[in-house]
Design a binder for this molecule. Structure first.
Ligand code: ADP
Length: 362
């Protein structure tokens, strides 16, 4: 997708929602989502993701703020008169109906005449690459096919936005991985706006054009996966999106372009990007795991420490190293599959450049 420009398709403005029990699930959330985007709301359980999705679907009313979809104020419009469609966990297909009957359901409810209905349904089956499977029962479909039926069922009523609530969270890891790729492909094909909710970093990073990180009713950051990864705005985002090697420490020396920070009983050199950090200040920073060099390739780097290889994990094309420091702390390194990797228990030199260290807001 191109960089989003123009008028957003969905505008969420200062939405506040407090439940009768007194929990404020959303504390003034604003968000813009653009036509054709795969946008993911990512955050820990209880962060307010489902509440926001339900407000967009019209199943819940905000106490304050507004929701504008395609230029129209939808804040108080009931669900059936909105241009949104919600897909629940495990898709909630009707098991006693055929695939086609599932897809037809929404059109029947809208009292579309039979012939028109059938034409629309067949068109949808072609769109999601399921042509020929109209008569199948739900149990005769694979996981991927069920997902596509659910998408067809939601898209047949031509919503502006498809809302997906943790739809992959109960699937086993292998199936969830396949579904992620499928879902992304279907979204690309349809060129529709998907708003996907998940607590899984992997799902968010695999599928999204942009991600909004929602925690305790507040949007912590919005950005592309790369932006979040490279420049997490605060330690919550860095931590939550699984950033290894997150440290906090005190600045002991600062010059124009470098900081010396004391952390873990060591001194770390960190690039003074903002030029704002001063001596005595507590800062957070992280060392991206793929920037850490091990062994001879660590020579000449601004930061060098001794470590013991505690564990090696092979993950696809990568090798993950757990590197134990004398202080008892652990650094993580991620290397593209090298043939002569360092063995568990060996002592190694570990290094990284000051310019690779990212300073966070604390
Ligand atoms: P998430 O989807 O990120 O897990 P939710 O939107 O489900 O978050 O919940 C946000 C907060 O609102 C939680 O503290 C949750 O307990 C509370 N909450 C959600 N739904 C209700 C409800 N119907 N009544 C009372 N509290 C609720």
């Amino acid at each position: 997708m191109e960089e989003p420009t123009g008028e957003p398709l969905v505008q969420i403005r200062d939405v506040v929602k407090t439940y009768p029990g007194g929990v404020t699930a959303l504390k003034g959330v604003s968000l813009d989502i653009y036509q054709g985007e795969f946008f993911t709301l990512l955050g820990p359980s209880g962060g307010g993701k489902s509440t926001l999705l339900r407000i967009l679907a019209g199943l819940e009313m905000p106490d304050e703020g507004e929701v504008i979809i395609a230029g129209k104020d939808m804040t108080r419009v009931p669900p059936y008169r909105r241009s949104t469609s919600l897909i629940f966990q495990e898709y909630a297909l009707f098991p006693h109906m055929t695939a086609a009957e599932n897809v037809e359901y929404g059109l029947k409810a809208m009292k579309v005449p039979p012939r028109k209905r059938r034409a629309r349904v067949n068109e949808m089956f072609k769109f999601v690459n399921l042509d020929g499977k109209q008569k199948r029962r739900v149990w005769e479909l694979s996981g991927g096919e069920r997902q596509r039926v659910a998408i067809a069922r939601s898209m047949v009523i031509e919503p502006e936005v498809l809302l997906l609530d943790e739809v992959l969270s109960t699937l086993d890891e292998k199936l969830a991985k396949e579904m992620m790729i499928e879902l992304r492909q279907v979204q690309h094909g349809l060129k529709k706006t998907f708003l996907f909710v998940t607590h899984s970093q992997e799902e968010a990073f695999t599928m999204s054009d942009r991600i909004g990180v929602l925690n305790l009713g507040i949007i912590e950051q919005v950005g592309t996966p790369l932006e979040l990864y490279k420049q997490p705005r605060n330690s919550f985002v860095a931590d939550f999106i699984g950033m290894a090697n997150l440290l906090t420490g005190e600045v002991v020396t600062a010059d124009a372009d470098r900081l010396f920070v004391e952390a873990w009983g060591l001194q770390f050199q960190v690039k003074n990007d903002s030029g704002e950090a001063s001596v005595g200040q507590e800062i957070g920073f992280f060392i991206p795991d793929e920037r850490i060099e091990i062994g001879d390739s660590a020579d000449g780097m601004a930061n060098q420490v001794e470590a013991e290889v505690r564990d090696i994990i092979f993950k696809g094309p990568y090798v993950h190293y757990e590197l134990g420091l004398e202080s008892g702390h652990t650094l993580r390194a991620k290397k593209m599959g090298e043939r002569d990797f360092h063995k568990t228990g060996s002592r190694v030199k570990v290094g990284w450049d000051d310019s690779d260290v990212r300073v966070l807001e604390v």
